[in-house]
Design a protein around this ligand. Structure first.
Ligand SMILES: Nc1ncnc2c1ncn2[C@@H]1O[C@H](COP(=O)(O)OP(=O)(O)O)[C@@H](O)[C@H]1O
Ligand SMILES: [Mg+2]
Length: 160
């Protein structure tokens, strides 16, 4: 499967997993996280944009070994670049994203250039181009695009 090919380095990053609700996109990405040997991060797009907003306002704090430390946007992206794997879920939850989420996704992709990055969306590449723009869609198309198809597993009530 293409997800495994990407993880094996035979297909380019980023990996876009798209498909309708309930087909198992989030579960598939979390399975990749489970098999990741280094530090990984999983964010919902809204949550990632919120963290960056807080970092810009000087209000983002992460717990360190002894204390909390304030995280600037530069520090946030430095840590982001060092991850073994980064996942952003629900990248196009609205049909037209605002400036801040747009800038966040653009920076998130630039700071993971050719590094393991999984993006997840119910929207396909054309719909993502409409929600963001052609530049974001073009960068996604330079990577690996996988459509997951199948029934809504939530309705069928099967486990992960
Ligand atoms: N490979 C799978 N086999 C069985 N159930 C699965 C599988 N992948 C996901 N599920 C289940 O299907 C439901 C929807 O999965 P999820 O990954 O949240 O879908 P999506 O992110 O595409 O909306 C969850 O309840 C999950 O436990
Ligand atoms: Mg999901």
């Amino acid at each position: 499967m293409e997800i495994a090919e990407c993880c094996a380095g035979r297909k380019p990053w980023p990996l876009l997993i798209h498909g309708s609700a309930g087909v198992g996109k989030t579960c598939a990405a979390l399975c990749v996280c489970d098999h990741c040997h280094g530090r990984y991060a999983y964010y919902d797009m809204g949550e990632l944009a919120d963290q960056l907003r807080q970092a810009k306002l000087g209000e983002l704090e992460w717990s360190g070994t002894h204390d909390f430390c304030r995280v600037s946007p530069a520090h946030f992206w430095e840590s982001w670049r060092e991850l073994a794997l980064a996942v952003i879920d629900e990248i196009a939850a609205t049909t037209k994203v605002k400036d801040h989420p747009y800038d966040t996704l653009k920076a998130a992709m630039e700071n993971r250039y050719s590094k393991p990055l999984i993006l997840i969306s119910n929207a396909n590449l054309n719909e993502i181009a409409r929600a963001y723009d052609d530049r974001i869609a073009s960068r996604l198309s330079e990577g690996t695009v996988v459509e997951l198809v199948g029934p809504d597993r939530r309705i069928n009530r099967q486990g992960c």
